[in-house]
Ligand binder design. Structure first.
Ligand code: ATP
Ligand code: MG
Length: 410
C-alpha cells in the first residue's frame, strides 16, 4: 500500500500542565524503545506522533505498538502537502489501490489548520467529486459507506487514511509510579499485572516458591510469565523477587487448623509482600484476586487477609468474569504458559473445608502457634532478586531442584 506513515493518537489529554508533560515524555520514550530495532523516523508533536516508515514493514511496527500503553488508536496514513490538486490525486491514488470492486464510500474531512482557505465541507465535496469522477467502482453513501476516506488537515500537511485501529489505551507505563505484583503461575495474576501496567503502573513481581515441595518447572513458569509482561515495561525488563516459602508453608500446614491454612498462608504472603514493597519503593500491592471465585476470595476473607498491610491492594480483576480474563490472557500471550500443568504452593495442599468467613482475631490467635516473624525475616533475607528481560533465556529447569541454591550467584 502507499501508506507511508503511522499516525498515533493519545488517550486522555484532558491531563493538564505537569502531568501532561510527564505523560508525553514517557510516551515518546516508550515508542522509541519499542521501535528501536527499526529504521523509522519518529516525529513527536504535542498531540500526535507520526512514524515515518522509511520502507519498514508496517505490520511489524503495528505489532510493536501493541506494547505501548497510553496510545488510544493509530492509523496507517499517507501524507501530502496542503494543496488541493495534490490532495485530490493522492486521494484517488489511494482509493484505486484500496478499492477494486464496486463499493460505496464517503469522504470525511477534519480541519485543524483553520488558515487553510477551504472549509471541511468544501474539501470533502471537491475531493469526493474528483474521486467519483475518476473511479468507476465507487458510489457515495454518506450514511453507511463500506469504506471511508478520512482527510486530516494539520499544519502544512494533509493526512489521508481509511482505518483507525484501537490500541491499548490507558497511560504510559511508569507515569503512575511503581507497584508490586503478586505473581503466581495461574491465569489471573499476569492479567492483573498487565492491566496495572496499562494504567501507568510500573511493576516489580514477587513470587512465593516452595521448591522442592513444588517443582522447579513451576518457578520457571513464573520466569516465563515475567518475560511476557516485560514486553510492556518501560525498560523491556521487570524485576522478579523469588521468595523461598517452603519453611513457612510447612510450618503453617503443621501448626495451624486446617480450615485456616489458606487464610494464614495468604496473610504471610501479604506480610512479606508488604515488607518488600516498602523496601523497593512500591506504593501498592497488585494481585489477581477476584470476588467470590474461591473460599479465600470472599469479602470477609479479604478483610482478614488484607488487615496485615496498610498499603493499597489493587485487584484489577475483582469484577471480571473468567471468560474475559482468559481473553486478556490470550491477548498478552500468557494463556498457554499459565495452563501449563505445574502446581504452585496453593495447589500443593488444598484443605477440604477452608473457612469462607475467617475472622481477624482467630487468625491472629492461630498465628501464635509458630514463630512466623523470624521465619518471615529469614525468607525476606533469602529472597532472590532477578532482573528479567523480555528476551531473557534464563532457564531454571536445567539447574537443579532448589531454586534458592541455583540463584545464589544472581
Ligand atoms: P491466579 O490465577 O493468579 O493464580 P487464582 O484465581 O488461582 O489466581 P489464588 O490462587 O487464590 O487465585 O491467588 C490469588 C492471588 O494471590 C493470585 O492472583 C496472586 O496474585 C496471588 N498469589 C497466589 N499464589 C501466589 C504465589 N505463589 N506467589 C505470588 N502470588 C501468589
Ligand atoms: Mg492460583
Amino acid at each position: 500500500m502507499m501508506y507511508d506513515q503511522i499516525l498515533i493518537r493519545f488517550g486522555d489529554l484532558t491531563l493538564k500542565g505537569k502531568n501532561q508533560k510527564e505523560f508525553l515524555k514517557r510516551l515518546y520514550a516508550l515508542i522509541h524503545l519499542k521501535l528501536k530495532d527499526f529504521q523509522v523516523t519518529i516525529e513527536n508533536t504535542h498531540d500526535r506522533v507520526y512514524i515515518h516508515l522509511n520502507q519498514e514493514d508496517p505490520q511489524k511496527i503495528l505489532k510493536q505498538l501493541q506494547y505501548v500503553s497510553g496510545i488510544s488508536s493509530y492509523s496507517l496514513v499517507v501524507r501530502c502537502d496542503l494543496d488541493l490538486p495534490q490532495i485530490k490525486t493522492t486521494a484517488l491514488h489511494l482509493m484505486k489501490e484500496l478499492v477494486t470492486t464496486p463499493m460505496t464510500f464517503k469522504v470525511e474531512t477534519k480541519r485543524a489548520n483553520k488558515e487553510f482557505p477551504l472549509t471541511s465541507m468544501e474539501v470533502t465535496r471537491q475531493v469526493a467529486g474528483y474521486v467519483l469522477a475518476n473511479h468507476s467502482d465507487l458510489k457515495v453513501d454518506v450514511h453507511r459507506p463500506q469504506v471511508t476516506l478520512h482527510l486530516e488537515i494539520k499544519g502544512n500537511s494533509c493526512y489521508l487514511y481509511n482505518f483507525e485501529y484501537k490500541a491499548l489505551g490507558g497511560y504510559p507505563v511508569g507515569v503512575a509510579g511503581k507497584g508490586l505484583l503478586m505473581l503466581s503461575g495461574g491465569i489471573d495474576s499476569p492479567v492483573a499485572g498487565f492491566l496495572a501496567m496499562k494504567q501507568g503502573i510500573e511493576i516489580e513481581c514477587i513470587h512465593f516458591e516452595s521448591t522442592p515441595l513444588t517443582s522447579i518447572e513451576s518457578a520457571q513458569k513464573v520466569v516465563d510469565l515475567v518475560k511476557k509482561l516485560a514486553g510492556y515495561s518501560a525498560t523491556d525488563q521487570i524485576v522478579l523477587h523469588l521468595v523461598p516459602f517452603k519453611e513457612i508453608h510447612m510450618e503453617l500446614l503443621d501448626k495451624v487448623p486446617e480450615s485456616y491454612n489458606i487464610t494464614i498462608m495468604r496473610r504471610m504472603m501479604y506480610r512479606i509482600a508488604d515488607l518488600l514493597a516498602k523496601k523497593r519503593h512500591c506504593l501498592c500491592l497488585i494481585n489477581g484476586e477476584s470476588v467470590g471465585q474461591v473460599a479465600s476470595q470472599t469479602l470477609q476473607s479479604m478483610v482478614t487477609i488484607n488487615s496485615v498491610t496498610n498499603l493499597p491492594v489493587l485487584r484489577p480483576l475483582c469484577t471480571y468474569d473468567k471468560v474475559d480474563i482468559i481473553k486478556l490472557s490470550t491477548q498478552i500471550d500468557c494463556y498457554e504458559l499459565s495452563i501449563r500443568p505445574f502446581e504452585d504452593c496453593c495447589t500443593v495442599y488444598v484443605p477440604k473445608a477452608p473457612a469462607t468467613a475467617p475472622k481477624i482475631d482467630k487468625a491472629e490467635e492461630y498465628e501464635k502457634a509458630f514463630d512466623y516473624e523470624s521465619l518471615i525475616e529469614k525468607a525476606v533475607s533469602e529472597t532472590k532478586r532477578i532482573t528479567i528481560d523480555k528476551d531473557s533465556d534464563l532457564d531454571l529447569t536445567g539447574l537443579g531442584l532448589e531454586v534458592r541454591e541455583v540463584l545464589k550467584e544472581n
